[in-house]
Ligand binder design. Structure first.
Ligand code: CP
Length: 321
């Protein structure tokens, strides 16, 4: 059977993708994970392609994993941060994008603190230059599609069935692009997404995306198949939305005792970086149900799948070394 092609598609948000397209990416991520586990990670599937990571906001996981993903596939990858670029001399984002595109770049992976930055990048053009495939690595509080894909992949790899699952997102949802992309992705694949946190950090309008807002943490955790604990984004002044961090931890921190309300084998996720001891207890972060490091591992496979599918369409992976 002919596989659907995502060649040339930008990945700005998961709402642009159908359920079967999301499944195609997850299936390819599975194949990429097999390559990563084979002991010989380097392939030439993207030989001759070039990828630019343009990150104007801090990142450890997303930037490193996109870089490794490109390199494992044989692409040339460069990293640009705002502080090391001519943006510090006043060059605009538009001119930066056109400059990078004029060099013949095949994909631009972009992280920015502004909502819509990836959409802006994709729409940028001049009479001489067209911006290539754009992959959104997180734009403000709007979207983080590759994170949602790796969350889906991780939950499934942990043996959980997504359709019909109660998927709980706990914490600072207001500032979270992961929450918004997870709502789209998990809902598309048939999960029931529940949101919980201080009222000030859980926007009611997210119910219009199909999520359920729970008023008590106990109610949210009851019967959950997976719990994604979000970081209190102190750099976005989230600390001003509740009295004290101690109070937050007491009322909303995920502990072993609270996790026991969920399914026996419920999966614990956290996109990282963690404020351990605040939104999640030390014991819970490192217990057997915690897939937090597995999310990081899977992030490489998922980003390999995204680069491979969008830059080539995704052909036969046999004899790829
Ligand atoms: N999950 C995530 O986006 O982490 P980084 O900010 O380290 O990339």
């Amino acid at each position: 059977m002919k596989q659907m092609s995502l060649q040339g598609r930008s990945v700005l948000g998961l709402s642009d993708f159908s359920e079967s397209e999301i499944e195609r990416i997850l299936e390819m991520a599975g194949q990429m994970k097999s390559i990563l586990s084979s002991g010989h990670k380097k392939t030439d599937l993207l030989r001759g392609k070039s990828v630019v990571n343009l990150f104007s906001e801090a990142s450890t996981r997303t930037r490193s994993s996109f870089e490794l993903a490109g390199k494992y596939l044989g692409a040339d990858v460069i990293n640009i941060t705002k502080s090391g670029s001519s943006m510090t001399k006043g060059e605009s984002m538009r001119d930066t994008l056109l400059t990078l595109s004029a060099m013949g770049t095949d994909a631009i992976v972009i992280r920015d603190s502004s909502e819509g930055a990836a959409f802006f990048a994709k729409q940028t053009s001049s009479p001489w230059v067209k911006v290539p495939v754009v992959l959104n690595a997180g734009d403000g509080a709007h979207a983080h599609p590759s994170q949602a894909l790796l969350d889906l992949f991780t939950v499934r790899q942990a043996g959980k069935k997504i359709r019909g699952m109660k998927y709980v997102i706990l914490g600072d949802i207001l500032h979270s692009r992961v929450a918004r992309s997870d709502i789209v992705g998990f809902t598309a694949l048939g999960a029931e997404v529940h949101l919980c946190g201080p009222r000030t950090l859980v926007p009611r309008e997210l119910e219009s995306m199909g999520a359920v807002v729970d008023s008590s943490l106990e109610e949210a955790l009851q019967g959950a198949g997976a719990v994604n604990v979000l970081r209190i984004q102190l750099e976005r002044a989230a600390g001003g939305f509740f009295p004290t961090l101690r109070e937050y931890s007491r009322l909303f921190g995920l502990t072993e005792e609270r996790l026991a309300l969920a399914e026996k084998d419920a999966v614990v996720l956290h996109p990282g970086p963690m404020n351990r001891g605040i939104e999640i207890s030390y014991d819970t972060a490192y217990n057997r149900q915690s897939m937090i490091q597995e999310e990081v591992r899977n992030g490489v496979a998922v980003r390999m799948a995204l680069l491979y599918l969008t830059l080539t369409g995704g052909g036969d992976l046999e004899n790829c070394h």
